[in-house]
Write a protein that binds this ligand. Structure first.
Ligand SMILES: [Zn+2]
Length: 270
């Protein structure tokens, strides 16, 4: 048994350069997202994986066409999850991050952000933490390494700063924050399939190390409006630092709980 967990976002998919006015995302980009996940699944199976679970991590998290997924993969969809988009990773052996994007504030990146645009900055143990960083830390907490990442050039450069041994595929280069030079989707999918196969073969041999944050993990979170910081201080242990910043220190599960509470509940309610 070798189970691969694929977390998939849409901002780092080939051809996706701007947010749609309304959910759900249009069928063109949902189809490309599904196809790039399929390329990763097919590579994983060719590399020796026996089981695949896919986690949709974009907005309402109902973008992937499940019936079109290869490999009879299971799909986790929907919001308000305890581990953000990493629930069940503890039952898996290797993580792929497909279609991710750079963290909030990154220059020369396509749609850089960290979870939602109400968060202006987030640091874990003093390091700016984007969504890939959170994914790797959650997986690492359970001893599961990341083996593959795909997205725009800026995101691949970002993840290389803390996970230097990954298989990676660049699918586009930013021309601006809402524009990109996209490589041809067929070339992108071929590269993803090859990289996924290589990553799985290496993962089966134990070639990747889990990314573990030393505890206690220190969270600093900056938000757009003081009311959000105020709401977060209702959580025991969360301290206010100025009008729009909070600080918290705890185990990784506790820190992820605070982040999930903000992203899934507080930022929706105020
Ligand atoms: Zn997204």
């Amino acid at each position: 048994m070798f189970k691969v967990f694929i977390a998939a976002d849409i901002e780092g998919i080939c051809g996706y350069v701007d947010w749609a006015e309304n959910q759900p995302e249009d069928s063109l980009h949902r189809a490309e997202m599904t196809a790039e996940v399929n390329a990763a699944i097919e590579g994983a199976l060719a590399g020796g994986a026996t089981d695949i679970v896919v986690s949709d991590m974009h907005m309402l998290k109902q973008n992937i066409y499940h019936g079109r997924l290869s490999g009879r993969a299971s799909l986790i969809s929907g919001t308000k999850r305890r581990w953000m988009w990493m629930d069940t990773v503890q039952a898996c052996d290797l993580v792929f991050l497909i279609g991710l994007h750079a963290g909030g504030g990154t220059p020369a990146a396509v749609l850089p952000h960290t979870m939602n645009t109400l968060i202006t900055g987030m640091q874990l143990n003093g390091v700016e933490a984007g969504e890939a960083f959170i994914s790797a830390a959650c997986a690492g907490h359970f001893g599961v390494p990341v083996g593959l990442a795909t997205g725009d050039q800026a995101f691949i450069e970002e993840i290389g700063t803390y996970l230097p041994d990954l298989q990676t595929v660049v699918v586009k280069e930013a021309i601006g924050s809402c524009a990109a030079l996209n490589f041809h989707p067929e070339i992108v999918k071929q590269k993803i399939k090859e990289a996924a196969q290589n990553a799985t073969e290496k993962g089966i041999k134990g070639g990747f190390k889990p990314f573990c944050l030393p505890e206690p993990v220190e969270l600093q979170l900056q938000v757009t409006w003081p009311g959000y910081a105020e709401a977060l201080t209702l959580v025991p242990g969360v301290r206010r630092k100025g009008g729009r910043e909070v600080y918290y220190s705890g185990t990784l599960p506790q820190v992820i709980s605070v982040i999930s509470l903000f992203v899934n509940w507080i930022s929706k309610a105020i």
